[in-house]
Design a protein around this ligand. Structure first.
Ligand SMILES: [Zn+2]
Length: 59
């Protein structure tokens, strides 16, 4: 399975697409990081892929 993740531009914390998709907008889980991460920050191609295969990502 292809792993889709987003890396925080501020602190480098890696967040899975599942988490982003579930929350849409979330505060970065990184320690002392106030950056806000959005599902929409993922490249269009990765969002598309994730949505088309969403059932594979449900744990
Ligand atoms: Zn961060």
């Amino acid at each position: 399975m292809r792993i889709i993740t987003h890396t925080c531009t501020e602190c480098g914390t890696v967040v899975s697409a599942n988490e982003l998709e579930a929350n849409r907008v979330m505060k970065c889980p990184g320690l002392d990081c106030e950056n806000v991460l959005r599902f929409a920050d993922l490249p269009q191609e990765e969002r598309q892929f994730f949505l088309e295969h969403a059932e594979q990502y449900e744990l």
